[in-house]
Design a protein around this ligand. Sequence first.
Ligand SMILES: *Cc1c(COP(=O)(O)O)cnc(C)c1O
Length: 410
Amino acid sequence: MKHTLSQLALFGGAPAFAEPLHVGRPNIGDRARLLERINHILDERWLTNAGPYVQEFEERIARMIGVKHCVAMCNATVALEIAIRALGMTGEVVVPSMTFVATAHALQWQQITPVFCDIDPDTLTLAPRRIEELLTPRTTGIIGVHLWGRACDTDAIQSLARRHNLRVLYDAAHAFASTHKGKMVGNFGDAEVFSFHATKFFNTLEGGAVVTNDDELAAKLRLMKNFGFAGYDNVVYVGTNGKMSEVSAAMGLTGLESLDEFIAVNCAHYQQYNAELAGVRGVRVLPYDAGERANYQYVVLDIDAAETGVTRDQLLEMLWAENVRARRYFFPGVHRMEPYRSLYPMTHRRLPVTENMVARVLVLPTGTAVSGDDIRAICQLLRLVTEQHTEFARTWNERQRAPALFSVPV
Ligand SMILES: *Cc1c(COP(=O)(O)O)cnc(C)c1O
């Protein structure tokens, strides 16, 4: 525990953590059970192509979410691309910029224009009123993102879509196992996409899935993720290769057996962060809706620099020096990344809430790789710096700009 500013790694002290603490360090379930399944895969020599584990995985997910169809895929980006194509989206599609870049890339990759829409300052998901202003005769759909597991305003989006004859897809990469209006996420819009990437709280190494209650759409998704094969030597559609492997499904089935434990650990960490940061001025932990089931996989701080006396980026640099790899998800906003910043250089003007939020958020490590002691030490660092912010700012300004001991990726 550090109690004086001179102990900070930034100002010459030893880092609080010998090993880096990452956001999204993978949760791993029962290793013996996983290896048993992998041995079975090797014994059977059925490695991919809708093998028994992928089938079981899809059935388990569909039952858990309460949807008719789960189509497992190699990752969520390809799943988004395939779902976008299967839904017949073309021309322009409205998306938030406050998301991981893949949401927009999945459109741009197939020559569909992502039209960036601002978010609501309270929910931080697509602002329905802002969507309406962006609709043109070329608009074919809306992709909402359940940012950090907090669901979009699905009612407003649905009624908008109905009025304007638009398809609705949700990027639910953050909201696996969460509920919205008492229903499992996965049941909203025309389809929803989950990511099971290693950094998500539940992973299949790499992986993703599209879930839907639409039979016709599900059949199309299955064809498209398998080159359009409808049987031996019979191709009926243009397709790609979006298949999930058996080893990924084995990892997923094993992870599902520990899902409640992963969520319980995340929830306990989230509550601890809340309790320990409760008195820290200008630092707010973004809440989860207490009435819904959440996976608590992101601990997101909203930093009000006018209150803390320290900027978000100063806190970030302080934490990185201590080996706490906090993240600024999703700085600087997709609209400020290529190719979008060059293609649509004025977009930031209509995204004031997004521009404000990407300058304020700080995502902290959680999950089974992080301990309660780690969290206590991280919170103490934040408390120390904000309580002594005047002295911190002075030392920061006087500090010799020695060769960087660490670097924050921009
Ligand atoms: C992780 C993530 C993706 C991409 O998922 P992959 O499985 O890595 O392709 C897409 N959208 C959001 C919001 C994400 O967080």
